[in-house]
Design a binder for this molecule. Structure first.
Ligand code: GLP
Length: 253
């Protein structure tokens, strides 16, 4: 596992975006696993810039997103489908038919999870997966648990995730309680995994996930099972504790 601590959010985003642009150049029909949240927004901006500069094209790219809230339609401005259009898809030459997210409006959880797993399999798996990290160590919406969900799952959000995500909604009553999330198995199976984390609020969980025990109670710690293909990018604030306590394991850029 490579852990990079960058000067600030923009530097973190630019460094992580390099791995994605290299992937796209080397394999123009790559399957990108994508993430939402505030952490990857800068990375998407950097990729849009590279597209505008004609450095990369998304014409043959296929995407699978990590997760979607249950009950939100794609035109709801809090849905992850909406987020992806706003932050990436509308700004590049991607064929929307090649973009995929779990369908939050499908009330049949079993069918939706099976559909999404079959879809990931039909694409031949994920070439490079982008991740953020929740303050409780969740990846996608795989919450701390006694068990590990390998495939797509229907998740009841924990109180801490519910509260953390409430900041994006007009009222707490609008925050969904459930989501569909790609499973940890599909994430760990990706050929490359890139996690971005910024801000003070992520400093403790980075130490817990990458230097504490590997446990399903901290889903991001499972990335250490496949550490050879994992790249972590933190800004200075998120990286503060790990830089101080584990200087030999951190590359300060
Ligand atoms: C949400 C998403 C995760 C994301 C996390 C962190 O719960 N489902 O995929 O990583 O929030 O979000 P942020 O980057 O805004 O801190």
């Amino acid at each position: 596992m490579k852990i990079y601590v960058c000067e600030n959010y923009d530097a973190m985003s630019a460094q992580a975006a390099e791995l994605f642009s290299t992937q796209i150049k080397e394999k123009p029909d790559s399957v990108l696993g994508l993430a939402t949240g505030s952490s990857p927004i800068g990375l998407y901006k950097a990729l849009v810039k590279k597209y505008e500069n004609k450095e990369i094209s998304f014409a043959k790219i296929k995407t699978v997103n990590l997760d979607e809230y249950c009950g939100l339609t794609a035109d709801n401005d809090q849905s992850y489908a909406y987020f992806m259009n706003q932050n990436l898809f509308s700004h590049v030459d991607i064929d929307k038919a090649n973009t995929n997210l779990p369908d939050g409006t499908n009330p049949d959880a079993e069918a939706e999870c099976a559909r999404y797993d079959a879809l990931i399999a039909s694409l031949g798996g994920i070439d490079i997966q982008l991740l953020g990290i929740g303050v409780n160590g969740h990846i996608g919406f795989n919450e701390p648990s006694d068990t590990i969900s390998l495939g797509t799952n229907h998740v009841a959000l924990t109180q801490s995730t519910f509260e953390a995500n409430a900041r994006f909604f007009a009222s707490i009553d609008d925050v969904p309680r459930y989501a569909y999330s790609m499973g940890c198995g599909s994430i760990l199976n990706a050929k490359k995994i890139v996690l971005v984390a910024n801000g003070k609020g992520k400093a403790e969980i980075l130490e817990k996930a990458f230097f504490g025990p590997v446990t399903s109670q901290v889903p991001a710690s499972l990335l250490r099972l496949v550490s050879d293909k994992v790249y972590i990018f933190a800004d200075k604030e998120a990286g503060e504790i790990i830089t101080k306590n584990h200087p030999e394991d951190v590359i300060v850029l």
